[in-house]
Design a protein around this ligand. Sequence first.
Ligand code: HEM
Length: 78
Amino acid sequence: MNETQWLEYSAKLRTRPLMPDFALRAMTEADRRAIYRFIKSLGPGGGPAPAVLPPGHKPAPPYLELVLPGAQAPAQSG
Ligand code: HEM
């Protein structure tokens, strides 16, 4: 993705939770450009992120878990 593509993509990005996509959309173009340039400065990217799991499935570690007040304990699928 080039810088122009990132600026378009990040201005309209809608993701699943937990990503605070509203915060990214609220940033100025200059801030989103700065994020792009900073990340580019880190060098080549790694591999793709693991695929999304359906509810009730446990990923292989390492992972972070967010347990919300009043949430049902997730089903354990191994
Ligand atoms: C400046 C800060 C951030 C930037 C620029 C950013 C950017 C992004 C982008 C571009 C994606 C979509 C990746 C794709 O299309 O595959 C994404 C997804 C995601 N982000 Fe962030 N993110 C930021 C902060 C955060 C924070 C603070 C959290 C959690 C507390 C978070 C959690 C997530 C999650 C869980 C996803 C996956 C959502 C999904 O599967 O739909 N992000 N982020």
